[in-house]
Write a protein that binds this ligand. Structure first.
Ligand code: AMP
Ligand code: MG
Length: 345
């Protein structure tokens, strides 16, 4: 027998051992991870006592398929996505769009009003300007910021609900759904999981989460809110059931210039990145798209933004910020009466 034969036989035996172990001891949780929308997306579903591993796995695959579809629709990186086609519109031109795109843009415009201008999908000219700054490691000139800011404003988007068209009122406008698309995709993934009979699961798109049902009959899902300055440390832990939770912060995507940190979230009103005193904002809401938009907005508004969070709609929030050099947090009033929260600090 040659070494090659021995290797083949050993590989086969290992595979057989794995398969027999897998069927004798099916995993208690089905967990699949993919890279989508520029982040790591994880879907996890526990098997109940009569759980069918293959059926749960199939449901998860379908949920990923749905997220991919949403990514293709809204990506600004794909030349033929619906959003890219919108962004090629000149003033006076109309584009008839998919009902899903129309509704998400309409909702984003509503959230622009609700967040007093802090959340604005027309922020793209400023996002691009600051991305170039990061690439060149040089701050943009005030004149460039002023020129880009003049092309920003949700009030310059015109929607016609009767014929489902969109148009821009200003030259050089463009939209970026980066502050809501991940949340929306998670909501769609949850809808697909439910349609496929899944009652308990967690969808985590890089910090944008939905907790469907519970972890087990005894336990709720436990979500860790990251420490914004200590990688791998958890700042707070919150127990949730049938809730979305989304964190936006300045610690994942940012650039440093002359010792100062510049966040990827832009204040559309000033044209500058959100202030470095707000380190992260976490929002709990009934759905991920809402939590996503509000978390982005709270990074701009800081703790004063907690006033727009509406407990009667099932919303809560935690803002972590710097106060006289110290890292502190502030939450919506009475949050601890609604959730079990564990402080790790
Ligand atoms: P998130 O990580 O959900 O806070 O979204 C951040 C992304 O949303 C950025 O990478 C931009 O693409 C976009 N964005 C930046 N600033 C804003 C803003 N003020 N309103 C809406 N979207 C924004
Ligand atoms: Mg967001």
């Amino acid at each position: 027998m040659t070494r090659r034969h021995i290797f083949l036989i050993l590989s086969l035996l290992t595979l057989l051992a794995f398969i027999s172990f897998h069927f004798a001891n099916p995993p208690q949780v089905v967990e699949v991870t993919r890279f989508l929308m520029g982040t790591i997306v994880e879907i996890k579903a526990p098997l109940d006592s009569h759980g069918d591993y293959a059926a749960v796995r199939r449901a998860i695959e379908r949920a990923f398929g749905e997220m991919k579809r949403v990514e293709e629709l809204f990506s600004v990186y794909r030349k033929n996505s619906e959003v890219s086609r919108i962004n090629r519109l000149r003033p006076g031109e109309n584009l008839k769009v998919d009902p899903e795109t129309f509704d998400l843009i309409e909702e984003s415009i509503e959230y622009n009003k609700r967040t007093e201008g802090a959340f604005d999908i027309t922020v793209k000219p400023l996002v691009d300007l600051w991305k170039d700054a990061a690439k060149n490691n040089a701050l943009p000139s005030e004149e460039d910021i002023r020129a880009a800011r003049a092309r920003v404003g949700s009030r310059y988007i015109k929607l016609d609900g009767q014929v489902r068209t969109i148009s821009f009122l200003l030259e050089g406008m463009a939209i970026d759904l980066g502050g809501v698309a991940k949340g929306y995709a998670s909501d769609r993934a949850i809808a697909v999981l439910k349609d496929n009979g899944i009652k308990n699961a967690i969808v985590n798109s890089g910090g944008d989460l939905y907790c469907l049902g519970r972890k087990s009959s005894e336990e709720l899902w436990s979500v860790g809110i990251r420490h914004p300055r200590k990688k791998d440390d958890i700042y707070l832990e919150v127990k949730l059931e049938n809730k979305a939770v989304d964190t936006s912060g300045d610690y994942e995507k940012y650039f440093m210039c002359k010792g100062k940190r510049y966040s990827h979230i832009i204040d559309p009103r000033s044209g500058y990145p959100a202030g470095d005193d707000v380190m992260s904002a976490t929002v709990i809401a009934g759905d991920c798209a809402t939590a996503d938009m509000l978390a982005t907005a709270l990074c701009v508004l800081g703790r004063s933004g907690l006033n727009i969070i509406d407990a009667t709609k099932g919303e809560d929030a935690v803002v972590i910020f710097k106060d006289s050099g110290r890292l502190v947090s502030q939450s919506t009033k009475d949050i601890e009466k609604r959730y079990e929260i564990g402080s790790k600090n």
